[in-house]
Design a protein around this ligand. Sequence first.
Ligand SMILES: *[C@@H]1O[C@H](CO)[C@@H](O)[C@H](O)[C@H]1NC(C)=O
Ligand SMILES: *[C@@H]1O[C@H](CO)[C@@H](O)[C@H](O)[C@H]1NC(C)=O
Ligand SMILES: *[C@@H]1O[C@H](CO)[C@@H](O)[C@H](O)[C@H]1NC(C)=O
Ligand SMILES: *[C@@H]1O[C@H](CO)[C@@H](O)[C@H](O)[C@H]1NC(C)=O
Ligand SMILES: *[C@H]1O[C@H](CO)[C@@H](O)[C@H](O)[C@H]1NC(C)=O
Length: 489
Amino acid sequence: MGYFSNVNQENVFKNISTLPSIMSPSKHLHSALLELLRFGVLILVTFIEAFFIFQQWKFIFHFIFLTCFLLVYVLRYYLMSKPQAVFLVDFSCFKPPCFCRVPFSTFLENASMIEYFDSESIAFMSKILTSSGLSEETYLPPALHYIPPKTHQQESIKEVQMVLFPIMEDLLSKTKLSSRDIDILIVNCSGFCPSPSLSSIIINKYSMKRDIMSYNLSGMGCSASPLAIDLAENLLKTHKNSYAIVLSTEILSTGWYSGNEKPKLLINCLFRMGSAAILLTNKKEAKTSSKYKLLCTVRTQRAFEDKAYLAGIREEDSNGKLGVTLNRDLLQVVGETLRANITILGSRILPFTEKLLHGVSIIRKKFIQKSGEIYVPNFKNVIQHFCLPVSGRPLIREIAKGMKLSEKDMEPALMTLHRFGNQSSSSLWYELAYMEAKERVKKGDKIWQLGIGTGPKCNSVVLECLRPILGESKKGPWADCIHQYPKME
Ligand SMILES: *[C@@H]1O[C@H](CO)[C@@H](O)[C@H](O)[C@H]1NC(C)=O
Ligand SMILES: *[C@@H]1O[C@H](CO)[C@@H](O)[C@H](O)[C@H]1NC(C)=O
Ligand SMILES: *[C@@H]1O[C@H](CO)[C@@H](O)[C@H](O)[C@H]1NC(C)=O
Ligand SMILES: *[C@@H]1O[C@H](CO)[C@@H](O)[C@H](O)[C@H]1NC(C)=O
Ligand SMILES: *[C@H]1O[C@H](CO)[C@@H](O)[C@H](O)[C@H]1NC(C)=O
């Protein structure tokens, strides 16, 4: 869920020597010197060539000299410019306890007992629930089970502890690490901004390292999780031999809307509990133990456009009640953002022929046949699994159509929506857990996680599976119900 688009960055107890601002002057100097050196080499080579010509040496000398030079150049390119690989060691998803379950009937019954909802709002919520694609098994935090729901700071902090502590512990025990081994912590939660921050809550609870680099992102919406992965990847590029943990969740008790405007009531119906913890590292030895390797991340946004910017926004209604408005433009805006930007991702991962077909179709549309369709690259040639945004059945189908995906590719998204609801940014990890539980992910397979959120942003992560993943159906959030899926309703 996306509210204001601000990124708060915080470095708690950060070691002064690792501050980027202090590092950058010497880095600039370094790159300037390298540039100078390269230029010097070029001048030297030109001089030697000129000398050969001047001395009228045989052609063969020119040939040998130049091939040697080229060879050294190419070798250096291959040896030097290889970026350090970033591995996704493992991840954990939160399985909410049974007492948090919200059957439609009790949800509506409780809502009708709250005096600020009128009967029209109740009818509207009832309609949304039944057509949403959610099952009766989804979860809301305890604070929202009260009549009326409690939305105080205290309750939200309790919810943070409830959703973040178990997954943190699960992830650490799964990977046999201690909290003191973690070098980078990124907590991203859109709607809830306590002070001290969410990352401070985690650092305090697990008495993490003194020089841990901690970041908390807020207001980045449902695409936050790929965004945080991208941030972690960039941090790992500059900090060797480190572990990074990304925690992704949405705190719902702050997002509850207590008015009667329909676009804002959607949030009460669709968003459900969920959180995920992801461990990333750049250690070389992780190559054998990690589940996935990070192939690439792409981040794009369209907030520069008014219509797109206003498609999902948190604001007060006419009675001064805060709520998130989801406008009808959302579907169209998402489509546009996506179409424009999958091309960029495509250019990084697609094979040459697909790129060629796409390019030709664009040129044809521009110059020859204005009404022609732009060719949609076939991503299934390179990518085997898709984690689509879990934002309601119509949107999932729209996105899948835009990318030419089959019913089977939509399954993880539809089933996650059915079992757990729209959990904002952590949904993508429940989808990956679903595929693992079904043992569909094979070694060498590529997975595309696509997050779309308010802002609007469209962020992608592409992962490659490094080892066979077995036995996940007995663990994780799907353990008790994976055999019942897929369900078609
Ligand atoms: C409805 O209210 C009752 C009584 O407060 C509570 O026990 C129950 O969990 C609530 N259910 C939902 C879905 O909010
Ligand atoms: C992130 O840190 C800033 C600065 O400490 C704080 O004001 C903000 O509330 C934090 N955000 C979250 C989501 O914790
Ligand atoms: C994403 O799409 C927008 C709108 O078409 C475009 O302007 C932007 O450049 C794209 N993003 C990137 C990273 O290119
Ligand atoms: C949740 O639903 C909202 C509104 O439909 C949507 O904007 C958002 O993308 C969804 N979240 C995810 C993770 O898909
Ligand atoms: C990450 O940050 C984004 C942007 O604030 C937010 O929407 C998302 O919920 C956050 N995820 C987590 C896990 O906190």
